[in-house]
Design a protein around this ligand. Structure first.
Ligand SMILES: [Cu+2]
Length: 487
């Protein structure tokens, strides 16, 4: 069997064997007990009648990825799941009917919702048992591009994800097409299952000399990235909207038309380098919030990040490529406005080799900024770990052994995240959106922290509860790279 794993050096990152030995008590679906501290999940507010209702039926199904069939877990019939769409301020009610053989949950990634609807088993709810139903009901106050996925084990690395779009009734529009592109790295049903990948990583704990990487290593299929180590799993396929690049979908438009492209990275272990052949794109929003418009030839989109692009289309057939950074392989979708031959699955637009933009290097639009306020509290957070043995954590420990970050309602909290590892970590906060003071108050709920980089991120404590704060590399999170913010 071809190995999914690559050989990587042992990299000291501050979470050594002591940290690794703490990991043995972790389980994949409920890594932490309910916090024993005084903070409790607030009861759900009285929201009034829902404006948008949907039913999700997570289930086992065989999907056609474009000549590749995979039996996997999906929401409904297809991959990605059907989008849920509402207006800013709407109350959304989603009934989840769990037809999976195991328990699940749904997290509404990036939404500033009330804590009880956040969808984190062991923190905000009990997991939804097989055959059981659960209704999520919440208001979505802020417009933007979001998505939803389970917060149970590594289920997001199957096919359980779908867009959640919150429209802004005040937005001028000014485009002819709106396309949602969901990026993913794919192994389920065609390669090693996500649960087996995780089990392989867990089997390394406390074994320095006989880890899986050592036994199963091989560099084929992996390259390097200027960002450092960006991912570990050499997936068989990379998808855009559920399709492999040999049979990509085609989006149709007319030359000169403007398209708004909402990109969502739903992958588990892959940062994508994105470009549209023959075009520059204008970045208008990231993680739902407006930025000062920035033109670029290429950009990075990390796990959990979203970006909205605006483009005026040329005449022809153009490849929109999401190349797996530091790996070989790519996702592809075509935009056709005129005649031309279909690009090959391996098409490599020159734009990809430009200097890709990091979304955390953008600057906030005036409309997106938090009110100016000096921090009331500053917390230091370290990101720790290494590949061999596979162990990832925060503040020198792992989730379940961690000390939550505590703050108080009304405070401006500053977190300084220092990445002491040689790998990038897309750090995601629930229920809030950071304001990055180094970027004019750029709003993001998922911040890619580069190796040895420190990122300063502020938030306004205006949404009390117990909020997960974790790496959005799902394998890192499941191994223990998670803590909570509580108030
Ligand atoms: Cu990570």
């Amino acid at each position: 069997m071809a190995s999914l794993f690559t050989r990587r050096q042992l990299i000291a990152g501050g979470l050594g064997l002591a940290g690794a030995s703490l990991l043995t008590g972790c389980t994949s679906t409920a890594p932490g007990a309910m916090p024993t501290a005084s903070v409790k999940v607030p009861t759900a507010p009285n929201l009034g009648a829902p404006a948008v209702e949907a039913t999700l039926r997570p289930r086992v199904a065989t999907v056609d990825l474009g000549g590749v069939n995979a039996t996997t877990w999906v929401y409904g019939d297809g991959l990605p799941g059907a989008e849920i769409r509402a207006k800013a301020g709407d109350v959304i009610r989603v009934l989840v009917e769990n037809a999976l053989p195991t328990e699940t949950s749904v997290h509404w990634h990036g939404i500033r919702l009330h804590n009880a609807a956040d969808g984190v088993p062991g923190i905000t709810q009990d997991a939804i048992a097989p055959g059981a139903s659960y209704a999520y009901e919440f208001a979505a106050p802020d417009p933007g591009t979001y998505f939803f996925h389970p917060h149970s084990g590594v289920q997001i690395d199957r096919g359980l994800y779908a867009p959640l779009i919150i429209d802004d009734p005040a937005e001028p529009g000014g485009y002819d097409h709106e396309w949602i592109l969901v990026l993913d790295d794919w192994t389920d049903g065609v390669g090693t299952s996500p649960d087996d990948i995780l089990a392989g990583y867990k089997a390394q704990h406390g074994t320095v000399s006989s880890g899986m990487n050592h036994d199963m290593g091989g560099m084929s299929g992996m390259g390097s990235s200027p960002l450092g180590d960006v991912g570990d799993i050499d997936y068989p396929h990379y998808l855009i909207n559920g399709r492999v690049p040999t049979e990509p979908l085609t989006l149709s438009a007319k030359p000169g038309q403007r398209a708004r492209i909402r990109v969502i990275n739903a992958a588990s272990d892959t940062v994508f380098r994105v470009a549209l052949g023959g075009h520059q794109v204008t970045v208008t929003h990231t993680d739902g919030y407006a930025v000062q418009a920035q033109e670029t030839r290429a950009l990075y989109v990390a796990q959990g990040e979203r970006v909205d692009l605006m483009v005026t289309l040329g005449d022809g057939v153009f490849p929109f490529v999401a190349a797996a950074e530091g790996k070989q392989g790519q996702g592809l979708i075509l935009i056709r406005t005129g005649s031309g031959t279909k690009p090959a699955a391996t098409v490599h637009p020159a734009e990809l080799d430009g200097d890709p933009l990091l979304l955390s290097a953008l600057t906030a639009a005036d409309s997106a900024r938090l009110a100016d306020k000096e921090p009331d509290q500053v917390e230091q957070v370290t990101l720790n770990g290494q590949m061999k043995p596979y162990a990832w954590g925060m503040n020198g420990t792992t989730f379940g052994n961690d000390t939550p970050i505590r703050t108080s309602l009304g405070r401006r909290l500053r977190v300084q995240m220092s990445n002491l590892t040689m790998m990038v970590h897309p750090m995601h906060i629930h229920g809030h959106t950071w304001s990055l003071p180094g970027n004019g108050g750029l709003r993001k709920d998922t911040v890619l922290v580069l190796p040895m980089q420190t990122v300063t991120a502020d938030l306004q404590a205006d949404n009390p509860g117990i909020w997960a704060y974790h790496c959005h590399n799902i394998y890192h999170a499941e191994i223990g790279m998670m803590t909570t913010l509580q108030y």
